[in-house]
Design a binder for this molecule. Structure first.
Ligand code: NAP
Length: 323
C-alpha cells in the first residue's frame, strides 16, 4: 500500500510517498481501509521533531475515517465493512492502518468519511475543552485563539450552542469574517490589533473566564492578561512555537490564575469516556448544530503541500488527505 513515511525530522519536504507492507491486525486490533485522513497541527510537530515518534522511520498521521477490513483476535465490537473513524498516535497517512479497537468509533449513517476525518480529533478536543477542562455555561465569556482554524471553528460554534459569549482571534480579514459567520460575538484580527486591550474593552475591564490558546509562543504571556481573577488559561497547542519555561509566580501576579496544558489522549484514555465524547460530538454534528467545514482536500501523495498550507496559516477549518 502507499503511505507517507518520515525518515528524518524536518520540513514538509521530509514527507515521502512510498510503498510499504500492510500488517495484519493482532489481538485487540483492527485493520482500517482509510477513505479520508485528517490533517492536524500535531502532525507537523511529529514531522518536525517537536514531538518525538517512538522510532524512525514512521508513518505520519493521527486520525482517519474508513471501513474495517479485518479484525484481530478478541475483537467483538467491529466486523469487516463497518464504517468507522479513529484517532491514534501515528500511522494514519496511509491507505490502510492497524489500530487498537479501543481507539475506534462507529460512524452514524449521517456522517460521511470526509466530515469524520475532518472532525473526530478536532471535535473530541473541542468536546473536552468545553465540557471537561472547563465547564462552559451560559453567561461565561470565553476567548478562543485561531477561531477560524480546524479546532477553532468547532469550539466557536459549540460554545455558542452552549450559550457563552465568544471572543475569537484570527489572522486575516477573511478569517475574521469566517469566525463571525460561525457565531463568534466579537472577532479580533490579532495580527493588526492588540488583543489584550480589545478583550479588556469588550469585557468592560473584567476579563474572560477562560482562554483557549492553541497558538502558544506568540500569544504568551499576553493571553494571561485577558483573564479575570481566578480565570483559567488553557494552553492546548503550539502552532506558533512552544511556550518557554516560566515563573509560576506569574500566575499569582496576574490574578491567582489557573493554568492547564491538556492533551486529547488523556481525556479519551477510558473507552467509556471516548464513546460518550464521540456521541456528544456526532450528536451536535448530525443535528446540524455544528458544521464541519472541510475547506481543503489533497491527494495523500501531496501531504507535503497540505503541511505547507497549514503551517503558513493559509487554511481555514479542516483539511483532509484522500488516499
Ligand atoms: N491538546 C490537544 O488535545 C489538541 C488536540 C488537537 C489540536 N490541538 C492544537 O490545537 C491547535 C489547532 O489545531 P488545528 O489542527 O485545528 O490547526 P489550525 O487551527 O487549523 O491551524 C493553526 C492556526 O494557528 C494560527 N497561528 C497563529 N500563529 C501561527 C504561526 N506562527 N504558524 C502557524 N499558525 C499560526 C493560524 O490561524 P490564524 O492565521 O488565524 O492566526 C493557523 O491557521 C494546534 O495548536 C494543535 O496542536 C491540541
Amino acid at each position: 500500500m502507499n503511505a507517507i513515511v518520515v525518515h528524518a525530522y524536518g520540513g514538509p519536504e521530509v514527507l515521502s510517498f512510498e510503498t510499504v507492507p500492510v500488517r495484519q491486525p493482532g489481538p485487540g486490533e483492527v485493520l482500517v481501509a482509510n477513505k479520508a485522513v485528517g490533517v492536524n497541527y500535531i502532525d507537523t510537530y511529529f514531522r518536525s521533531g517537536v514531538y518525538k515518534a517512538p522510532q524512525l522511520p514512521f508513518v505520519l498521521g493521527n486520525e482517519a475515517a474508513g471501513e474495517i477490513e479485518a479484525v484481530g483476535e478478541g475483537v467483538d465490537e467491529f466486523v469487516p465493512g463497518d464504517r468507522v473513524a479513529y484517532t491514534h498516535t501515528l500511522g494514519a497517512y496511509a491507505e490502510r492502518t492497524v489500530v487498537p479497537a479501543k481507539s475506534v468509533v462507529k460512524l452514524p449513517g449521517s456522517i460521511g468519511f470526509e466530515t469524520a476525518a475532518g472532525s473526530l480529533l478536532k471535535g473530541l478536543t473541542a468536546e473536552y475543552l468545553l465540557h471537561r477542562t472547563f465547564k462552559v455555561e451560559p453567561g461565561h465569556t470565553i476567548l478562543i485563539h485561531a477561531a477560524a482554524g480546524g479546532v477553532g471553528l468547532i469550539l466557536t460554534q459549540w460554545a455558542k450552542l452552549i450559550g457563552a459569549t465568544v471572543i475569537g482571534t484570527a489572522g486575516s480579514p477573511e478569517k475574521v469574517e469566517l469566525a463571525r459567520a460561525n457565531g463568534a460575538d466579537h472577532v479580533i484580527d490579532y495580527t493588526k490589533e492588540d488583543f489584550v486591550a480589545r478583550v479588556r474593552e469588550i469585557t468592560e475591564g473584567r476579563g474572560v473566564d477562560v482562554v483557549y490558546d492553541g497558538v502558544g509562543k506568540a500569544t504568551f504571556p499576553a493571553s494571561l492578561d485577558t483573564l479575570r481573577p481566578l480565570g483559567l488559561f488553557v494552553s492546548f497547542g503550539n502552532a506558533s512555537g512552544v511556550i518557554e519555561a516560566f515563573d509560576i509566580l506569574l500566575l499569582s501576579q496576574k490574578g491567582s490564575l489557573y493554568a492547564t496544558r491538556p492533551t486529547l489522549n488523556v481525556y479519551t484514555a477510558h473507552r467509556e469516556t471516548l464513546l460518550e465524547q464521540a456521541e456528544n460530538l456526532f450528536g451536535v454534528i448530525g443535528g446540524g448544530k455544528v458544521n464541519i467545514a472541510v475547506n481543503a482536500r489533497f491527494p495523500l501523495r501531496e501531504a507535503a503541500d497540505a503541511h505547507r498550507a497549514l503551517a503558513s496559516r493559509k487554511t481555514t477549518g479542516a483539511t483532509v488527505l484522500l488516499p
